[in-house]
Write a protein that binds this ligand. Structure first.
Ligand code: PNW
Length: 488
C-alpha cells in the first residue's frame, strides 16, 4: 500500500476537493415496499424470472435503508468528505406523477440520511434519477417514451426534492448516465424496462428508434429541471446543478490507420457527445450521428436547444474502461448505436486494453482514462466532477483475509486516481473537483445480481444483517487522498 508511484503528486489536488463513494438507491436500500414506497421498474424487473443472472432481486439489497446510521459511521472511518447517493423517486412520490401524493416517511428517511452526513462533516451529492422510474408512470404512459407527460412529472418530483432537501443539499445531479439507461433498457433490453427489437428477449420495443426518443426525453427534462432550480431555488439555496454522463475511452485499433482514427472519434461521439454536445457545446446532436441515423434521431426545437445548451454547471463524469475500435467496411445495421464500428479487446499489435476484472466489459485501463479526461476537457471546457469510477476483482466470493486485502482494486485506484486523474490535474492542467469511487459496499449490480462486487466493503449477503467487512482499498483511498489533496 505504499505511495511510491505517486510520490511526486503530493498536494496537487485543490484543498476543497471532494472525495468519497457513490451509490444508487435501487442497488443498496432494500425496503422495496416498506414505509409507503411505491414500485419502481427495477422492482418489477428484479421480480421477473430470467432477468437477473443469479436469480436475485433487490428487495433487501444491502439494507442501507435500515443501516444508514452505521454506514455513515463506516464511511467516516474511511476518511471521506463527501457522499454521492440517489433518491428513490417512488419512495418520495410512490405513484410518481405530478398530482400524486408525497410520502412523508420517504422524505423522513432522506432527511435522516442527509442530517447524519452533515453531522459527520460529509457533503451530500444527490442524484435525482439513477434508473428507477416509478412503475406507475411506465404503466400510465410508457415512461420516458412520452416526453411531455414524463417531463411534467419529473419536474414536479425535482421541485419536491429542492423544497424539502435544498436547504442542506448544495450539489444536485439530475440524471445518472442517461446513455446507459437508454441503451441497456431500450436497445439491448437487458435492463429495466426491458424493451428492444429482439423478440427472443423482449415482447415489445424498437431498438432502432426508442433509445433515441428516450435519450431526447432525458436531455430535455434534465434541462427543465436545471432551469427550475436556477430560477426558483438557486438564488436562496446557492447550490449547483448538473448531469452525470458515462463514457469510456475509444482508442483506434490501428493507430496508424486514419479510418480507425475516425471510427474511434465517431464511437466517442456516439457514446459521449450524443448527450454532451447538446448540453455543453452546440445545443444539438453531433453531425456523425445525424449522418448515420437520419430522422430516427429526434430534432431539438429551437426552444429546446436554447434550454439545453448550458444547462449543466459541471461535467459529471462516470468512467470505467477503454476499448479498441476498428472501422467497418459494411453499412451500419439499423440497430447500431455505436457509430458502425468493431470493438476489440486487443489492438493491432496484440496489446490488451487492460487487465481483466470480474466483469466482462470492464478491464483496468488507467492509460485510457487520462486520454479521456483530456478529450472531454478540450471539447467541453467545463470543470469535471468525477462521480463514479471503480472495479470488480476476480475471486471475491468470501470475506477471507486474502479477499479483504484487495490488491487488485488498490492497484486500480493507484492507476486511475493517482497516475491518471492527479497527473491530469498537475501535468495537463485539467480542472477536476471530485472523485467518487464506485462503490462503498458490494451491492446489487442490476442484471448481474450480487455476483459483481464493486465495493470497498465486502458484504455477506446471506446474513440477516448484511454484515460489512472493510476491504483494504478503502484505507488505501484514504491514504492516497491525504497525500494528493493540498492542505490549504
Ligand atoms: C454504472 N459500460 O453503470 C452505474 O452508474 C452503476 O449503477 C453501476 O453499478 C456501475 O456503473 C457498475 O456497472 C455502467 O458498459 C454500466 O461502460 C455499464 C457501463 C458503464 C457504466
Amino acid at each position: 500500500m505504499d505511495l511510491a508511484s505517486v510520490k511526486d503528486l503530493k498536494g496537487v489536488l485543490r484543498p476543497n476537493f471532494f472525495h468519497g463513494y457513490a451509490t444508487a438507491a435501487a442497488q443498496i436500500e432494500g425496503a422495496w415496499n416498506k414505509d409507503g414506497k411505491g414500485l419502481s421498474i427495477w422492482d418489477t424487473f428484479g421480480h421477473t424470472p430470467g432477468r437477473i443472472s443469479d436469480g436475485s432481486n433487490a428487495d433487501d439489497a444491502t439494507r442501507a435503508y435500515d443501516f444508514y446510521h452505521e454506514d455513515v459511521a463506516l464511511m467516516k472511518s474511511y476518511g471521506v468528505n463527501a457522499y454521492r447517493f440517489s433518491l428513490a423517486w417512488s419512495r418520495i412520490i410512490p405513484l410518481g406523477g405530478r398530482e400524486d401524493p408525497v410520502n412523508e416517511q420517504g422524505i423522513q428517511f432522506y432527511n435522516n440520511l442527509i442530517n447524519e452526513l452533515l453531522k459527520n462533516g460529509i457533503t451530500p451529492f444527490v442524484t435525482l434519477f439513477h434508473w428507477d422510474t416509478p412503475q406507475e408512470l411506465e404503466d400510465r404512459y410508457g415512461g420516458m417514451l412520452n416526453q411531455n407527460a414524463y417531463t411534467a412529472d419529473f419536474v414536479r418530483y425535482a421541485r419536491v426534492c429542492f423544497e424539502r432537501f435544498g436547504d442542506r443539499v448544495k450539489h444536485w445531479i439530475t440524471y445518472n448516465e442517461p446513455g446507459v439507461y437508454t441503451l441497456a433498457g431500450y436497445a439491448a433490453g437487458v435492463h429495466a424496462p426491458g424493451r428492444s427489437s429482439f423478440r427472443d428477449r423482449n415482447d415489445e420495443g424498437d431498438s432502432s428508434t426508442e433509445p433515441f426518443t428516450v435519450a431526447h426525453t432525458e436531455i430535455v427534462s434534465h434541462a427543465h429541471v436545471a432551469r427550475l432550480y436556477r430560477e426558483e431555488f438557486q438564488p436562496q439555496q446557492k447550490g449547483t446543478i448538473g448531469i452525470t454522463l458515462h463514457g469510456n475511452w475509444s482508442e483506434p485499433w490501428d493507430e496508424q490507420d486514419p479510418r480507425d482514427q475516425e471510427a474511434a472519434e465517431r464511437a466517442r461521439e456516439f457514446e459521449i457527445s450524443w448527450f454532451a454536445d447538446p448540453i455543453y457545446k452546440t445545443g444539438d446532436y453531433p453531425a456523425s450521428m445525424r449522418a448515420q441515423l437520419g430522422d430516427r434521431l429526434p430534432k431539438f426545437t429551437a426552444e429546446e436547444s436554447k434550454l439545453v445548451l448550458g444547462s449543466s454547471e459541471f461535467y459529471g463524469m462516470n468512467t470505467y474502461t477503454t476499448f479498441f475500435v476498428r472501422h467497418k467496411d459494411t453499412p451500419p445495421d439499423i440497430n447500431d448505436h455505436k457509430g458502425n464500428v468493431e470493438i476489440h479487446d486487443e489492438n493491432k499489435q496484440g496489446t490488451p486494453r487492460g487487465e481483466e476484472t470480474d466483469t466482462e466489459w470492464l478491464r483496468a485501463a488507467p492509460w485510457g482514462f487520462r486520454k479521456l479526461l483530456n478529450w472531454i476537457w478540450k471539447r467541453y471546457q467545463t470543470p469535471i466532477y468525477m462521480t463514479e469510477n471503480g472495479t470488480t476483482a476476480k475471486g471475491e466470493t468470501a470475506p477471507t483475509p486474502e479477499v479483504l486485502n484487495d490488491q487488485f482494486r488498490i492497484k486500480f485506484f493507484e492507476g486511475y486516481v493517482g497516475n491518471a486523474l492527479a497527473r491530469a490535474v498537475k501535468e495537463d492542467g485539467i480542472d477536476i473537483r471530485s472523485y467518487f469511487a464506485w462503490t462503498f459496499t458490494d451491492n446489487w449490480e442490476w442484471a448481474a445480481g450480487y455476483k459483481d462486487r464493486f465495493g470497498c466493503t465486502f458484504i455477506e449477503f446471506e446474513s440477516e444483517n448484511k454484515i460489512r467487512h472493510p476491504k483494504q482499498s478503502a484505507y488505501y483511498l484514504d491514504k492516497l487522498f491525504k497525500h494528493l489533496i493540498r492542505e490549504s
